[in-house]
Design a protein around this ligand. Structure first.
Ligand SMILES: [Zn+2]
Length: 85
């Protein structure tokens, strides 16, 4: 569902408005003005961005653990080999 952010030109109120096809043009909830400036919905963009970032960092974290684990295994193997000698 598209949520748009508007700023009222009359009173400067900023608000988010869910735009439905059935609903008419949005009005300012404070002064009921229709002189609205449509803003880019930063809320939607930023939440999408953080979701992507979270996924990326989770993946990076997981691969970091894997790399550490491999390193540990290798070290253990090395230690065992030196013990045998
Ligand atoms: Zn207003």
């Amino acid at each position: 569902m598209p949520i748009f952010e508007y700023r009222c030109r009359e009173c400067g109120e900023q608000f988010e408005c869910l735009i439905l096809r059935s609903s008419g043009p949005p009005r300012c909830p404070v002064c009921d003005s229709r002189e609205l400036e449509k803003l880019i919905s930063l809320h939607v963009v930023s939440s999408d961005y953080t979701r992507k970032r979270a996924r990326q960092s989770a993946r990076a974290h997981a691969s970091g653990i894997r790399r550490e684990k491999q390193h540990e295994d290798h070290k253990e193997l090395h230690e065992h080999l030196t013990e045998d000698h």
